[in-house]
Design a protein around this ligand. Structure first.
Ligand SMILES: CC(C)(COP(=O)(O)OP(=O)(O)OC[C@H]1O[C@@H](n2cnc3c(N)ncnc32)[C@H](O)[C@@H]1OP(=O)(O)O)[C@@H](O)C(=O)NCCC(=O)NCCS
Length: 172
């Protein structure tokens, strides 16, 4: 095993403040995560961890290096019966730890879980069209573009970004 490989473990509710702070730092630069920093709060992330990890609506993982959380990623089941075979992906590698293999390690673990879970057949995500790094990672794992909503994010006066819809079929 690569000695720099992060340790991947399931998220715990007490991780929420660190994960929220990391998302706020990432969101300071528009075009990566969709929410603005003041739209990210500890409680929403804590509830998401409980919902996914303790109530079984998906999976919420964190990556650690030397005991420090350096990234997190989750798959969340869609709620309607007709879409319950679909999970939605969110990933955030924390500032200072990007482009070091953490994102790929988290994705590999999420996809391993998705492929071994018979309820999951499709993994979907939305990514800003400006996010070349994320799009390169998703493409390399087999995700394909399914569509695009133009000027969906307004990041300033007369400044817009498209949202790209990507998916990976993991079912039979
Ligand atoms: C996008 C993100 C998940 C990628 O994870 P990462 O840990 O930074 O990337 P990795 O080091 O695992 O690299 C994975 C792939 O991304 C691409 N990549 C990495 N760094 C890159 C860079 N600086 N420029 C372009 N592509 C890059 C490469 O295709 C790389 O593949 P390789 O392993 O064959 O080299 C991460 O940077 C991140 O969370 N960024 C901030 C939040 C965000 O954008 N989330 C996604 C919202 S949809």
């Amino acid at each position: 095993m690569d000695s720099d490989a992060p340790l991947i473990r399931n998220a715990r509710p007490e991780d929420a403040p660190r994960l929220a702070a990391a998302e706020r730092a990432i969101a300071r630069v528009p075009g990566r995560l969709a929410p603005r920093p003041d739209e990210i709060d500890d409680d929403t992330i804590r509830r998401m961890i409980v919902d996914l990890e303790e109530r079984g609506r998906g999976i919420f993982l964190v990556a650690e290096r030397a005991g420090t959380i350096v990234g997190h990623a989750l798959l969340e089941s869609l709620s309607l019966a007709v879409t319950s075979h679909v999970v939605r992906l969110t990933i955030a590698v924390h500032e200072g730890y990007q482009s070091q293999g953490v994102g790929r390690a988290l994705m590999n673990e999420l996809l391993r879980w998705a492929r071994s879970n018979p309820r999951v057949e499709k993994v979907e995500l939305q990514v800003r069209s400006s996010n070349d790094r994320a799009i390169a990672l998703y493409r390399s794992l087999g995700f394909v573009e399914e569509g695009r909503k133009t000027r969906r994010l307004k990041i300033g006066p007369n400044a817009y970004i498209d949202d790209v819809y990507m998916a990976l079929w993991v079912g039979p």
